[in-house]
Design a protein around this ligand. Structure first.
Ligand code: FES
Ligand SMILES: [Fe+2]
Length: 343
């Protein structure tokens, strides 16, 4: 499925850049193949416009903010948050001011990121109850550009059969290639998947898991939010909660921005941010290496796959079916496939 070709996917919220990174001025981002510019007004209201000035086409992201306005760096035309042209420094003050605008998109500030929906959103941004909750801290773990498709990251996120192989160098146990299966409950937003996973617990992981036992377990209550977001909510026997939120923001076909947040119910002195990033970085980069080797787009065929016989691939099959149903429900007859043939 080529994400830029499926217009329904434009009607979802995606995180783009960190709000902190917008303090210094507008920033460019590419979302589903569209070049956009993001900025904040002085009182923190977010804005997303097409990154193209309506005068002589300069990129607005090369400009700067002036109060509530975004100023083009070429001739100083300035735009409101909704894209309305508000100022032309060279314009004859006697003449009626032209009504003109650049395209604007839905923008929201949540969880430390500026989220954008390119069309009227058909689903809200999912809730993260731990964000701002007492007893939980938020860690910005990863913000990386990967050469893979968002559905590849999602199906990998619920695929416990790769642990023994891809993560043999960290927590995976090569002697346990057959994982326990997820119990899946489909919901309006996607699904909820629960399971328990036994993991190796080498010394560098002790502070992460909160135990020195050589083997421990993760009780997982995970969620998939259509189309490309995942909540991985793990509880260790020590009582530590390790909640990973990741979103595969579709940048263009075959490229995503991996955005990963972590919430923990312990303190910095129990396990430092630095350590938490370093430990999960090893794991995440094991995933990256194998995902970038896959064909960048995932097919939505749900009938003829061998995986239908493997319970560990059920989550991925449900995702493909739900995406297909979603696209069809919104009148998309043509689903683009990496292998070319319609299925
Ligand atoms: S191109 Fe933007 S003001 Fe001229
Ligand atoms: Fe993995």
């Amino acid at each position: 499925m080529l994400t830029t070709k499926q217009k329904t996917l434009r009607a979802f919220w995606y995180p783009t850049v960190r709000l902190d990174d917008l303090a210094s001025g507008p920033q460019p981002f590419r979302l589903m193949g569209e070049d956009i510019v993001l900025f904040l007004t002085p009182d923190g209201r977010p804005a997303a416009l097409e990154d193209r000035c309506c005068h002589r086409t300069a990129k607005l992201s090369k400009g700067w903010c002036d109060g509530n306005l975004l100023v083009c760096g070429y001739h100083g035309w300035a735009f409101e948050r909704d894209g309305t042209l508000a100022r032309i420094p060279q314009f004859d003050p006697e003449a009626p001011f032209p009504k003109h605008r650049v395209k604007s998109f839905h923008a929201a500030a949540r969880y430390g990121y500026l989220w954008v929906a390119l069309e009227d959103p058909i689903a809200p941004i999912f809730e993260i109850p731990e964000d701002g909750a007492e007893g939980f801290r938020r860690i910005f773990q990863f913000y990386e550009s990967w050469n893979t498709a968002p559905l590849r990251l999602m199906e990998n996120s619920f695929d416990n059969a790769h642990f023994a192989f891809v993560h043999a160098g960290t927590f995976g146990d090569i002697k346990q290639p057959k994982p326990r299966v997820y119990e899946i409950e489909e919901t309006g937003y996607g699904f909820k998947a629960t399971t328990v996973v036994d993991i190796l617990n080498p010394p560098p992981a002790h502070a992460v898991t909160g135990t020195t036992e050589p083997i421990t377990t993760r009780s997982m209550v995970n969620h998939w939010y259509l189309p490309f977001a995942r909540r991985m909510d793990m509880t260790y026997p020590s009582g530590i909660r390790h909640i990973i939120i990741n979103v595969a923001t579709p940048v263009e076909d075959g490229r995503i921005q991996l955005i990963q947040l972590l919430y923990r119910n312990d303190r910095e002195e129990d396990c430092s941010t630095e350590k938490l990033i370093a430990w999960d970085a090893t794991i995440v980069h094991e995933d990256r290496d194998i995902l970038e080797s896959t064909s960048p787009d995932a097919i939505l065929d749900v009938r003829r796959r061998i995986e239908a016989h493997m319970p560990s691939d059920r989550p991925g099959l449900i995702m493909r079916r739900r995406l297909l149903e979603l696209l069809q429900a919104h009148g998309e007859e043509e689903v683009t496939l990496d292998y070319g043939a319609a299925r």
